[in-house]
Design a protein around this ligand. Structure first.
Ligand SMILES: *Cc1c(COP(=O)(O)O)cnc(C)c1O
Length: 373
């Protein structure tokens, strides 16, 4: 095999992995320093106690930069919780959905389907599926007219960016009057601005735009925390985590520190509005190749709601999909095989992927279509 020809800065691969995912080189280099010596303490980040002043400062700064970066209003609390986004599928229902009540769930892809199953298992309530994307092979998110929201529902849960097939809500869905939104923003948090007032809770697994897997950022209105709907084990209770300031037990200190560095990096680069612009520009490079390929590349999602961050498509045959992904990897473009449920190709381009990565992939796509089309 010849050496990869399209490498990223630092001699690294262009990483299109869906998650864990690409991180900025400067953050990784800072982490390398902090592993041995955090802020001149002579002790590495993995070795610091979570009950000492160094960690107090680190946590306060991390929360501060998160609030600044997201323009998160003061009446929302930020929690950094152990467990992936998947744990939230149950935890949200446990904390917010009383027995016998209803919550609305449009089903738009793998992750929202899982959220439905977990919520059903967690509580004795009515999980109302108000849109069945499966009927459309999950090729779009619902328009408001395609949903029948339940008046008086406890909340409407939706997945704002569908990581697997690459659809996203252009604007948040409309719940019944007075019903708050709950959003799984795992694959796009800080990739575009969020309308906080429409949401009671927004959560995101950290391994896409914020660093380390197995930690989840939960941003929740304080009145939700203050009004728990049932008694819970402390580890499942937002109220308990909130009272303990996200260190009810030994927290994922390394993941929290890494998220802090990611927040600072995203702030320095211009924040969610700037990343929305960059992500649209990256996506446009790929979609224009897809749209002008004469049917060689076919997108998995409808144009009006296709995602900027996860671009999904397929080639004329599964064999060509496979060849595409493996030849791309040999050239320095890694992580392009689609999710097992969707097949095809998926290019995930999180905030940390520079536009040059998208340019390299677009170029590869044009060449591949020319030689195999
Ligand atoms: C990645 C992802 C998840 C799953 O996160 P885990 O940390 O693996 O539980 C959930 N929802 C969305 C939208 C995702 O992209």
């Amino acid at each position: 095999m010849t050496a990869p020809m399209r490498l990223a800065p630092g001699g690294r691969m262009w990483n299109f992995s869906a998650g864990p995912a690409v991180m900025p080189l400067e953050v990784l280099e800072q982490l390398r320093t902090d592993l041995l010596d955090l802020a001149g303490t002579g002790i590495g980040i993995l070795e610091h106690s979570h009950r000492q002043p160094t960690y107090d400062r680190l946590l306060a700064q991390t929360m501060d930069s998160c609030r600044k970066l997201g323009s998160i209003p003061d009446d929302y609390e930020i929690l950094m919780l152990p467990g992936g986004a998947t744990l939230q599928f149950a935890q949200i229902a446990l904390n917010m959905l009383p027995d016998g009540a209803t919550a609305d769930y449009p089903d738009t892809d793998v992750w929202s389907s899982k959220a439905i199953i977990e919520a059903r298992d967690a509580v004795k309530a009515n999980i109302s599926v108000i849109f069945e994307g499966k009927k459309f092979k999950y090729d779009h998110v619902p328009t408001d007219g395609e949903m029948t929201p339940t008046p008086g529902a406890a909340y409407l849960h939706y997945c704002s960016n569908n990581t697997v097939r690459g659809t996203r809500y252009p604007t948040p869905p409309k719940a019944a009057p007075g019903v708050p939104l709950v959003s799984d923003a795992s694959s796009e948090i800080f990739g575009r601005p969020i309308d906080w007032r429409a949401h009671a809770l927004v959560y995101a697994a950290a391994q896409k735009n914020c660093g380390v897997a197995a930690m989840t950022i939960v941003i929740v209105r304080r009145d939700v925390i203050a009004r728990p709907v049932r008694n819970l084990h402390s580890m499942m209770s937002y109220e308990a985590h909130s009272k303990a300031e996200s260190r009810l037990n030994t927290p994922p200190t390394f993941a929290i520190h890494t998220a802090g560095l990611m927040f600072k990096w995203m702030l320095k680069e211009g924040g969610p509005a700037e990343f929305a612009r960059r992500n649209a520009a990256k996506a446009q490079l790929l979609y224009s190749v897809i749209d002008s390929s004469g049917g060689f590349y076919t997108g998995l999602s409808r144009k009006e709601c296709r995602a900027d961050i996860n671009v999904s498509f397929h080639l004329p045959t599964p064999e060509l999909d496979h060849q595409f992904a493996s030849e791309a990897a040999a050239e320095g473009l890694d992580g392009l095989a689609g999710h097992k449920d969707a097949g095809g190709i998926r290019a995930s381009m999180y905030n940390a992927l520079p536009i040059e990565g998208a340019q390299a992939l677009a170029q590869f796509m044009r060449e591949f279509a020319r030689t195999r089309g």
